[in-house]
Design a protein around this ligand. Structure first.
Ligand code: BMA
Length: 363
């Protein structure tokens, strides 16, 4: 049973809420607790719209101050913006998609100041082969980085680099910016080195335990965690097969992309009904952690397909993937002139959708 007590710690720089549970003690900053409380009830107001790498590049531009394809179309920034930490672990100054980490830091502060949510994923390199996240040539990678594995020391340094980056995310007044961290995603498919066929449920859970314990031990107290498989699980038991545990996860969701409309809608509904039923019994927030229709070739996709599919469920946010400036057809949000741009304005105007100006998640 969870015994939750609020304790104002002796440390006066940040007030902290301490949640004491039989197994673990987790400490989160006050801003992070506020964020979680908002996320738990935001779906009663509407669904937040999110976009990956929204303010760092878009179609035909890169690095322009204050620019966003979403804002250029509808006049506001997304309520959720995500970025990726991939290649931070190599000590690089830019991530795997060539976005400078300094720019990511600035944009995280900007999104926090708008009252919006920042989510971070981590397409970490393969620590064993030296390949990328998609290198699935070796099925012992997860095992080898766990405590006792030969690559554990190396991977511990990677985790400490992530902790340092997270701890550096602060306002000029020294307030740590709450982050929704979403590592080890889409693990129900087998395309990442931490994927379904690449490790056992015990190893996958241990990877999460090691990740969260290591960050916590390094003072990361401003992070919520999202569990984010694909749409492969067919029922709640399959969804929870590799679940790291309620005390480590705050948001449950899934990633899903449209190829065939009917298949997309059926998968979305099935996965939403699964997370909805788990969220109710486990008191978790639901999100569609990644979604989209590459190139948005359907002029009415936003209000004709996406929005009606979500309306039955209390979804906190839906986040579409990036508008790649380096891959001509690889975009998921509209830009001025794109064929779904007008329909996106309708989606934006719907009382059911929330953008940055509609939310204030830290008050
Ligand atoms: C994928 C694609 C890749 C990108 C990766 C990480 O879905 O967008 O081009 O490198 O995500 O952002």
């Amino acid at each position: 049973m969870l015994l939750a007590v609020s304790i104002l710690t002796a440390c006066h720089s940040t007030k902290k809420e301490q949640i004491v549970n039989e197994e673990t003690v987790s400490v989160r900053t006050q801003e992070t607790e506020k964020l979680l409380a908002h996320l738990k009830q935001v779906s009663s107001k509407g669904i937040m719209f999110g976009h990956h790498d929204d303010t760092v590049y878009g179609i035909g531009w890169e690095g322009d101050e204050g620019r966003s394809d979403v804002k250029s179309v509808c006049g506001d920034f997304p309520a959720v913006i995500s970025f990726d930490l991939g290649e931070l672990e190599l000590g690089n100054t830019m991530n795997l998609d060539k976005v400078p980490f300094d720019k990511i830091k600035k944009e995280i502060v900007n999104q926090y100041q708008r009252g919006g949510l920042v989510s971070l994923s981590w397409h970490a390199r393969n620590p064993k082969t030296g390949g990328d996240s998609w290198d699935v040539s070796d099925t012992t990678v997860v095992k080898s980085i766990l405590p006792g594995g030969d690559l554990h020391p190396k991977f511990s340094v990677w985790l400490s680099d992530v902790a340092d980056f997270l701890n550096s995310l602060q306002t000029s007044e020294g307030v740590k910016i709450p982050i929704l961290f979403r590592p080890w995603h889409e693990h129900t498919g087998s395309w990442f080195w931490w994927g379904e066929k690449l490790c056992t449920p015990e190893e996958y859970k241990a990877l999460w335990h090691m990740t969260t314990d290591s960050l916590r031990a390094r003072g990361v107290d401003h992070v919520l965690y999202a569990y984010s498989p694909g749409t492969e699980p067919k029922d709640t038991a399959q969804y929870l097969k590799k679940y790291p545990g309620d005390e480590r996860i705050d948001v449950i969701g899934f990633d899903t992309y449209q190829f065939d409309r009917e298949v997309f809608l059926a998968g979305l509904d099935k996965s939403l009904s699964i997370v909805d039923s788990i969220a109710k019994t486990h008191q978790k927030v639901i999100a569609i952690t990644e979604a989209g229709y590459e190139g948005i070739p359907d002029a009415t996709w936003w209000t004709g397909t996406l929005l009606p599919a979500l309306e039955k469920y209390p979804v906190a946010y839906v986040l579409v993937w990036r508008n790649a400036r380096e891959r001509v057809t690889h975009y998921y949000a509209p830009y001025p002139g794109q064929i779904s741009a007008e329909n996106f304005i309708e989606f934006y105007n719907s009382p059911r959708t929330l953008f940055a100006a509609d939310v204030d998640l830290y008050q």
